[in-house]
Design a protein. Structure first.
Length: 340
């Protein structure tokens, strides 16, 4: 029997997808700034593995990055897009002894908040055009974003009830039905549901990749707020207490590594959802978001070195990304060996 599994993010990768911002996205008012951020991410990815750039304007993007990025590792996919959040419209890949399985879930703009008609077609286009290799499986009857789940590759899935039980995603299903669906599709043995934690300004209904992340050796890195007067303090305290109750499949507690809580970043009276948890694990490195807060940025890097001692820890200034309420992990999707 060929058992397919959902690999951990730190499993060997064939490449990473970026869906590039352009003038017809919500980035139009700050396009140059955000493209500079994407270029910095592209530089780091292409140094280490294949980079797949999805864009309706491949030649324009090529001109932007050609003198900065290792272009022999870059592939372009011509595709119309609504926005840039590859984590949530990209294929979620299962691996095993046979070809990878590319699961194409429905993306509905985080519960019908934003237009998503073009982004919802990207994975199918990439598979049909040969950019992604594997067995394409249509799962468009179920709404699921990659940022809402974490896998350790060993049978445990971590998620949040706030997101997966959102009535504008799969509201016709009960919690038990959703958990059984996740167990069946991803071949996992347990689903850990976080009941607490949120970020002000977050459009995703508390994606797990903004709050707590599974790491090697039964470790969870999570955001910890130490300021009692911060509006997040109580919710994140309760989240930490629940994380202490979680157990591995062997019945052991997780090693918990608290990530620093960024100082508040406010624009036009709105707090932006800055988080240290929105990092990307890739071959040989961890890319993590920085917010021009030197002490917090340094502390975040130190925690990630504990979680990933075998990888280079590289900071990317993501102040541009949080202005549209996401960060580094949100704009990337990694693909296991055999896909790119």
């Amino acid at each position: 029997m060929n058992k397919m599994t959902l690999p951990a993010e730190w499993a060997p990768q064939s490449g990473i997808q970026l869906t590039w911002p352009h003038a017809r996205t919500d980035w139009a008012y700050m396009l140059e700034e955000v493209q500079e951020c994407f270029t910095r991410i592209a530089i780091e990815i292409a140094q280490r593995e294949t980079l797949l750039i999805v864009t309706p304007e491949p030649e324009a993007v090529r001109r932007q990055i050609a003198d900065k990025v290792r272009m022999e590792n870059v592939r372009f996919a011509l595709c119309d897009t609504n926005d840039t959040w590859a984590r949530d419209h990209g294929a979620i890949t299962l691996t095993g002894k046979s070809a990878p399985t590319l699961l194409d879930f429905k993306f509905n703009g985080w519960g019908l908040k934003f237009a998503s008609d073009k982004d919802n077609l990207i994975t199918r286009h990439l598979a049909e055009d040969g950019h992604l290799h594997g067995n394409y499986v249509n799962r468009l009857g179920f709404v699921l974003e990659g940022g809402s789940i974490e896998s350790d590759g060993q049978g445990t899935l971590l998620t949040t009830s706030e997101c997966l039980l959102s009535p504008n995603r799969n509201g016709e299903m009960t919690r038990g039905e959703i958990e059984n669906y996740l167990r069946d599709v991803f071949r996992v043995r347990q689903v850990l549901w976080l009941e607490h934690g949120y970020l002000a300004g977050d459009d995703t209904d508390s994606h797990i990749d903004t709050l707590a992340r599974l790491c090697p050796d039964h470790t969870i890195a999570y955001v910890k707020c130490t300021a009692p007067d911060d509006e997040h303090y109580e919710a994140l305290r309760l989240m930490e207490e629940q994380l202490k109750t979680f157990r591995t499949l062997e019945g052991k507690p997780y090693r918990l590594l608290p990530l620093p809580w960024p100082d508040a970043i406010v624009e036009d009276g709105e707090r932006l959802p800055a988080t240290s948890a929105n990092f990307l694990v890739m071959n040989g490195a961890v890319l993590y978001p920085t917010y021009n807060q030197p002490e917090n940025d340094r502390r975040a890097a130190a925690v990630l070195r504990q979680a990933f001692p075998d990888r280079e820890i590289v900071g990317i200034d993501c102040r541009a990304l949080i202005r549209q309420h996401g960060s580094l992990h949100c704009v990337t999707m990694q693909y296991p060996i055999g896909v790119l």
